[in-house]
Design a protein around this ligand. Structure first.
Ligand code: 0O2
Length: 203
């Protein structure tokens, strides 16, 4: 009796993943268009690179467990807002807010939530601007609102975030306090450099 349920669950799961992949495709195209338009109108495109990923099954399960939720497709939709994840990389901190404003002004994209870790960094030193958006994705002749997380940060912060993620974000207990302190110092140096370069650009 368990098998048909499992098969239904998997079909539902795969259908959900199709939507998240669709959201990434839509959002990638939107960001490319925004960048080209900015280049055309202002002779400056604040978007340097766009990257995307679908969250791994293990990471989805870990997040639901952390939130004390059962592993169901409905709970993934409700409580895991970054299954479709995008990173928008830029040169400096002013561009972060420029890009966030560009996304906020899109008529067909709804911004559901924003977290300003640029202004209010995480304990780790992580600085970034996070937006949870709802993107309409066409499926079976209907537009289905689908969530995606957009992280906007500088190229320099991205190098730091990848290293910190590898070293400690997923297994903080195994990294010494000294290493965590040094990572935070590196994040502060990056913030200093990002600000300094912004100032030089504005001269
Ligand atoms: P993965 O493997 O990238 O998917 P919430 O969903 O709001 O309840 P969450 O997910 O902690 O809680 O939200 P938040 O803080 O916006 O973090 C979302 C993502 O930002 C994380 O995804 C990381 O990719 C990244 N991130 C957040 N904090 C840090 C940090 O201190 N260091 C680094 N390197 N990255 C960070 P996941 O799901 O944790 O991981």
């Amino acid at each position: 009796m368990g098998l048909p349920d499992l098969r239904d669950g998997l079909t539902e799961y795969n259908r959900m993943l199709l939507l998240y992949r669709g959201a990434i495709r839509e959002m990638t195209a939107v960001l490319e268009n925004l960048g080209e338009e900015a280049q055309f109108s202002n002779r400056y495109n604040p978007i340097r690179f766009v990257e995307s990923r679908i969250k791994t099954d293990e990471s989805i399960v870990r997040k639901l467990q952390r939130k004390g939720k059962d592993i169901t497709v409905d709970n993934i939709r409700t409580y895991v807002e970054d299954v479709a994840g995008m990173k928008v990389l830029c040169r400096n901190t002013t561009d972060i807010y420029r890009i966030a404003d560009m996304i906020s002004s899109l008529p067909n994209i709804e911004v559901l939530r924003e977290k300003d870790y640029q202004c209010d960094p995480k304990m780790s030193g992580y600085r970034s601007y996070h937006m949870i958006v709802s993107v309409p994705v066409l499926m079976a002749g209907q537009l289905v609102p689908t969530k995606a997380e957009i992280q906007i940060h500088t190229l320099a912060m991205d190098v730091w975030a990848e290293l910190e993620y590898e070293m400690s974000f997923k297994s903080r207990s195994t990294v010494s306090d000294q290493k965590l302190k040094e990572l935070r110092e590196c994040a502060d140096m990056i913030q200093f450099l990002d600000k300094k370069m912004q100032e030089l650009k504005n001269l």
